[in-house]
Structure formats: C-alpha cells, structure tokens
Write a protein that binds this ligand. Structure first.
Ligand code: ADP
Length: 164
C-alpha cells in the first residue's frame, strides 16, 4: 500500500492544503494528514480544533486520515509504514526551505521519498498565516478556507483563546 504522510501545522487548514490533499489521493492509496504538535511553536488554534476541522473537511474522502504526531516526521512515517512524505510547493522560497528538510529526511531514512506537488496558481499566495491575520483583524476569510468550515468557528476559537 502506498501511504503518504502530509505533515504540517494546519493553523488553520486552507483551500491550498485541501487542494494538495485531494490531488494526492489519485497518486496514493492513503494520505495521512499529520499535524505536528511542536511545543516550541505557538499556534492560534489548539491541536484538537485543528484536527476536528481537518476531519470535517475530509469526512467524505475515505483515502484521507487525520492524525497528530510528535517527534521526527521520518520516525512517524516508519511507525505508520509510509514510504512518502507529501509537501506543497508554492514559491522558490518554499523550494529552498523544502530542499533542506527533504535532503535531511533522506539522510535520516533513505527509504522514504519526499514528493512535491506544485500549488495551483490561484493558491500560491495563500498561507495559514494570512488567514490568521485576517481572523485577528476581522477580514473576510471565506474564500480562503474550505467550504466545510464556517468562518465564525475560527473567529470564535480566536476569541476564546484571547480570553483564556
Ligand atoms: P508547515 O508549518 O509545515 O509549513 P503548513 O500547515 O503551513 O505547515 O503547510 C503544510 C504543507 O502544506 C506544506 O507542504 C506547505 O507547502 C503546504 N501548503 C501550505 N499552504 C499551501 C497552499 N496555499 N497551497 C498549496 N500548498 C500549501
């Protein structure tokens, strides 16, 4: 079985992530979206909420699973029996960043291949940090988040975080 792990923060999931995952389902038997729970990285949304939103977005796509992982991505792939790491490439800056991670991962485990999908042109300017800024400053996020999500959910979560 060809299993790909799609690691990331998904803080929050965007239509860019959604598109990469859907496109990857024609290449792999299973795509495991893996939310990296990195204590060093502070996020706007809790790992539980990020997971719930991803599960909702891919609820009707049987090949897609959502999970949370700690530690090295290659270790997680090995535990899962996954031979592929999936990443999206938006810009040349992404390429430089991904090249170094990809080459280190290859050094750590030669049996795992990183596979890149080029972003659709209309998604190449989009990232989660733009969505977070829009949430923070009350901009309209509707066209950047998957249809399965309501903008109000993100706004409510953000407001909870500010109080708590
Ligand atoms: P990370 O913190 O690992 O960069 P992200 O959640 O930002 O986590 O991204 C996870 C993956 O999704 C990365 O491979 C990234 O290139 C890809 N990605 C992010 N935004 C987009 C987008 N707009 N279009 C396509 N791929 C994207």
């Amino acid at each position: 079985m060809r299993i790909a792990v799609f690691p990331g923060s998904f803080d929050p999931v965007t239509i860019g992530h959604e598109s990469i995952v859907l496109r990857a389902t024609s290449l792999f038997d299973k795509v495991v979206i893996a939310i990296g729970d990195n204590a060093q990285k502070s996020t706007m949304f809790s790992v539980e909420v990020r997971r719930q939103w991803l599960e909702l977005v891919f609820m009707e796509v049987p090949k897609v699973e959502v999970t949370v992982y700690y530690g090295l991505t290659v270790d997680f792939c090995r535990d899962l029996g996954a031979s592929f790491i999936l990443r999206g490439l938006r810009t040349s800056a992404d390429f430089e960043f991904e090249r170094s991670i990809g080459q280190i991962n290859k050094k750590l485990d030669d049996s795992i291949e990183t596979v890149f999908l080029l972003t659709k042109p209309d998604h190449s300017a989009l990232n989660s940090s733009i969505v977070r800024d829009l949430v923070r400053f009350k901009g309209d996020i509707r066209s950047f988040i998957p249809d399965a999500l309501q903008p109000e959910w993100l706004i409510n979560e953000f407001n909870k975080g500010r109080v708590g």
